[in-house]
Design a protein around this ligand. Sequence first.
Ligand code: SAH
Ligand code: F3S
Length: 441
Amino acid sequence: MAKKLFIKTHGCQMNEYDSAKMFDLLGEKEDFELAKSEEEADLLILNTCSIREKAQEKVFHQIGRWRKIKDKKPDLKIAIGGCVASQEGENIIKRAPAVDIVFGPQTLHKLPELYNAKEKTNINQIDISFPKLEKFSHIPVNGTGEPSAFVSIIEGCNKYCSFCVVPKTRGHEVSRTIEDILNEISILADKGTREIHLLGQNVNNFKGTYRGEKSSLAKLIELTAKIDNIERIRYTTSHPHEFKDDLVEVYDRVPELVSHVHLPIQSGSDRILKLMRRRYNIDKYINLIDRIKSIRPDMSFSSDFIVGFPGETNEDFEATMNVINEVKFDESFSFIYSPRPNTTASEMPDDVSIEEKKERLNILQNRLNQLSFGYSRKKVGTVQNCLVYGQSKRDPGQLQGRTICNRIVNFSSHDIDLVGQMINIQINEALPNCLRGNLQN
Ligand code: SAH
Ligand code: F3S
């Protein structure tokens, strides 16, 4: 009988991608099937996130809940992967002895080996090393034909923003070759995928080779667009410092590239940006936005914001609000600064009270929500070309698509054959987080 696997994923899209690969790998090499519930599983995997303290604390709460299942089912194995695993290593097992296996973002391909070793020897297995790109040559590319699929193109990060733990947990930047990436995309496209979402912490520093020569994200985008049946291309995350001219120009040549970019600004204050070690200032950021808009006037921009960075003054916060009003960001993410282990910002004096930080976050999020709702309202009355993603989770009588500017659109239809197709939808209502419309004949 096939063994059962249950994977819980915290955090970013890179983790979602990695979790899907863990399932493909364990399915192929060890004949695992997906369990319907945690109680049914023989192996429980938690793919963790350590970007903020709260995310990290969720890990031990989750292990605590799984330990109760293991008490009743001693053969059950628990494996912890992702960034907390990478950061804490064997400390995880010291704090939570119910854990059998600890592996990092770059060693997930070793899961079958680690699992078997634990089964045979009953010795706990830990491997959080950083073998460069080794995982990609071990992971099968299955593709389930889902309309939109992630493809990792660059792993790790070299930027060392002063607040961020990622360079420590995911290692240094290393790019896959373009041939390897295109091969994965072709397999996905053959299975029915229509949208490719290129992933990395810092995709615009992609330096993968093509035919033996160092290449770029712009080149990769052009080659991806040429693959049969690929109708849309997205990428996340890009860093404002490395957004080169060839990437701006590609918006002119590749209509498959969507009119939305996630370009985290973090703060609107040059002083704070410097302390964050972001390597750009507000003038440079605005200039980049203007250059992209001169090619694609309907382009929308979303961002990440950190409020309450150590020493952030009212003036710094005002500068962030000013830049939000100037750029008019669309659906964005915002967080209260969270000190992370072994980061330089965690040693900076911080005299801003938590109440003040919460208040600033509240003001900022209200404004971002207003702007985002404004965007949605402007779409009412227009016809939007959408890729149909699937059924709405809340109502099976509704299908869900996405516009080229990244808005979710719900519309009434029971025609499941529309999933994976590009269709036109007449937008007739704007809700805070999505649009509603009718299928156009
Ligand atoms: N590679 C991406 C960001 C990855 S982390 C980039 O270049 O921007 C995702 C977001 O989490 C960041 O953009 C930042 O806004 C937030 N973040 C990272 N570290 C944080 C911390 N210590 N406290 C609060 N938010 C943080
Ligand atoms: Fe983190 Fe900055 Fe890299 S936010 S992921 S160190 S670009």
